[in-house]
Design a protein around this ligand. Structure first.
Ligand code: FES
Length: 288
């Protein structure tokens, strides 16, 4: 299985589907604000894994009802669950497609097969609903069992994307344990000019120090982007709603410098911010 997954990640042929699909999705959802909603920035968490629970839960429940042959009224209940799951597949597909546009090539190759498996499963569930409505219940059950199996393959690949390929995880949070515990001196406060972002290393972790325009407040952020570890120190400062923000140079996520809030995606997680204090004219930082 591991060899198969590694082969999938290296299958350049899948780029012939993945690259144009990415362009088509970006063209279909051109507004950054809409993509932010679909990525789950408002939730502080990727939206796709949350919404896929609805179709998967409904389809699995239908399979359980189908298996309980002795239960009265199970047929209409199973059909209703299949219809509900199929309807819920639409938001799952839309959020997944939006996340697809921000994946690396290796991740996109796996995501292409994940999407194909889910599309086949969806086709099987729709066929099952049609068969049931025509009174062909045995065929309907067979089709939905087949759909459940194929959807399982899709779910397995989704898990591989999330847990082995790190798609959708908070990469800044992963860098946090490398900051040694306790308070650490970052530098004398006069080293940091108001309104500027400076980079430093804390333990093995790059951090960014921002001193606000008035020179009163400091914030220290993890220097690796929460989205996919992009080097935030190379980003440019921008202003959003009157607030100083930093734009990641890799995919354009924008974080508020005062508190790390993700203002624009694709990042759905906020940037990790360290605690700060001033001691004897020196800025110190510690893990939150
Ligand atoms: S790494 Fe993707 S936006 Fe920063």
């Amino acid at each position: 299985m591991r060899r198969l997954l590694a082969k999938l990640e290296r299958s350049h042929g899948l780029d012939r589907i993945g690259d144009p699909a990415r362009k088509a999705i970006l063209a279909a959802v051109p507004r950054e604000g809409v993509r932010d909603v679909l990525h789950g920035r408002w939730l502080g968490h990727p939206l796709h894994p949350a919404v896929v629970q609805f179709p998967v839960g409904a389809w699995l429940s239908a399979a359980v009802l189908d298996a309980l042959a002795f239960l009265p009224g199970r047929r209409p209940a199973a059909t209703a669950l299949l219809v509900a799951g199929t309807a819920a597949a639409l938001p799952a597909a839309v959020t997944g497609a939006t996340d697809f546009t921000t994946l690396s090539r290796e991740q996109r190759r796996v995501a292409v097969v994940h999407a194909l498996a889910n599309s086949v499963a969806l086709g099987l569930f729709v066929s099952s609903i049609v068969a049931r409505l025509r009174g062909r219940h045995a065929a309907g059950r067979g089709l939905s069992y087949a759909g459940t199996g194929v959807a399982g393959v899709g779910a397995f690949l989704g898990g591989h994307l999330s847990f082995s390929q790190d798609a959708g995880t908070n990469h800044a949070a992963a860098a946090l344990p490398l900051v040694p515990r306790g308070w650490h001196g970052i530098g004398a406060i006069e080293e940091f000019r108001p309104g500027r972002v400076e980079s430093r290393i804390l333990g093995e972790t790059p951090v960014l120090v921002y001193r606000d325009g008035d020179g009163d407040r400091f914030s220290v952020l993890i220097g690796r982007c929460a989205h996919r570890s992009g080097p935030l120190a190379d980003g440019r400062t921008v202003e959003v709603d009157g607030e100083a923000c930093l734009e990641c140079p890799w995919h354009g996520s924008v974080y508020r410098l005062a508190d790390g809030r993700a203002v624009h995606g694709p990042a759905s997680s906020d940037q990790v911010v360290l605690r700060t204090r001033i001691r004897a004219g020196r800025l110190e930082a510690a893990r939150p």
